[in-house]
Design a binder for this molecule. Sequence first.
Ligand SMILES: *Cc1c(COP(=O)(O)O)cnc(C)c1O
Length: 235
Amino acid sequence: MFIDFETFKARADKLQALMAEAARAAGRDPAEVRLLPVTKTHPAAAADYVARYGLPAVGENRVQEAVAKRAEVAAPLHWELIGHLQSNKAALAAQHFDRIQSVDREKLLHPLDRAAGELGRPLSVLLQVNAGHDPAKFGAEPADAPRLLDAALAKANLRVEGFMTIAPLGTTPAETAEHARRTFANLRAIRDDLAARTGVPLRELSMGMSGDFALAIAAGSTLVRVGTALFGARE
Ligand SMILES: *Cc1c(COP(=O)(O)O)cnc(C)c1O
């Protein structure tokens, strides 16, 4: 059985307190760091809870699952794609998501731009970078990020708002934390460099999940994507 709203609310309150603590410890304003609940694999009720709690958006990692879920949710939420996007689903994703965080290769840019043009509204995107060099993770290689960014900025209907990354797991908790620190610092440096080079703010740094959000906030995250700590383990 899925959790009830009170359970969700208690977890979200606690998580946001921990996020604020991590921000203050890093000398940052807690208001700079927002929470994106990740509702993947969970029922539509999860998204309803998020809206009722007063958060503006949810994250999903599969296009079809999100399309089906969104049809069941009446609340005016934003839906963000955080999972790998196949080129042949780009147009569908542009239609159903308010922002796509997983733009990781140039091949996606044309179909997303064209679909946004046909819909008559700009599409917000983040560029996903494999900042931890994880062979098991998607994301552009850091060396390819400048070219991907330039190509994305050249698309009339795409709004490039920043970057997203996922830190690789280690074999021990200490190693996992070390990977997370290195990955998040690397993405932050890539962003700072590219923002300076292009003059585009690229403000959003989507990094941090249930296990590493505090390390991500210390490194400059503006958006943590949290599933397990809010909704419990996925099947
Ligand atoms: C599932 C997922 C999350 C949430 O992970 P948790 O560990 O459950 O918090 C965050 N980001 C991405 C890209 C995901 O696929």
